[in-house]
Design a protein around this ligand. Sequence first.
Ligand code: ZN
Length: 323
Amino acid sequence: MRIVNGLHHITAIAGPAQENLDFYAGVLGMRLVKKSVNQDDPGTYHLFYADAEGHPGTDLTFFPWAHLAPSRLGHGLATEVALEVPPGNLDYWRSRLQKYGTSLQPIETRFGDPVLPLVDPHGLKVALVESSPPREFTPWDGSPIPPERQIRGLYGAQLWERDVETTVAFLTGALGFTRLGDEHGWTRYGFPHAAGIVDIREVPIGARGAWGVGSVHHLAWRVDDDEHQHAVRKQVVTAGGHATEVIDRFWFKSVYFKEPGGVLLEIATEGPGFATDEDPAHLGETLVLPPWLEPYRAQIQNQLPALQTSRGAPSPLADTLAP
Ligand code: ZN
């Protein structure tokens, strides 16, 4: 049995790209490490936010499909993304987010960790979790957030499932997840030595969830290299998963499949990484296209909305609402 190395990245669907950028780079202070396009829909951006170096496991990415309807909550979906912050920082984050008018819930405790649930400008549920599992992280000195308070990377996601048992059999059998605990109707699965958990809740009645603005699109799990990916892909197929062939995403190689409940998953190689085609000092500043789309650069750029990548956070409410 080959086990995946925790989370690689999470991809979600956003509304207008500039608002997405203003929130994740300007308010949350993550670094835009890659500005590219959806390789299956090159008229749409693909924006990648991560730590300064774009380490696997720090990367939250978005397709800004502003024309889609809002997502519909229901089973078969990842319903929340959790990001990790260092212990002792949620009060700082709460007051910062209040200043920008972010929709917040009270701080709560989940599996012993303080958690601040919030909703991003396009309806995506996000949670900031105080935790400190070992992980690779490089602070970004261009962030508006002090290095010791910056988001460290992906913590995990919540899943709603109609039938937990079949999903769990797949996650443990094909990817090597381990059960970590139960609390308030949620069961946590993850890895003893890698960052990235899923909290699963059984929602036996009600409709299937649907993708839309504000939903998670897929969760990607790390594999070392081509050989590890091949082995895990085989386990996925043996467990009944319909896995794609390996797709070269240029910064990593990907295989996609759905777990039995319907959540789209990916296994992605650690490398070669985001610095393979850009100077690490200038990640995300220019539109990067995979080689096969390069001949169409002019047309693609004309279709995409202009993005101001270095304007920082939108004005805090205190300024805009001041008498
Ligand atoms: Zn992906």
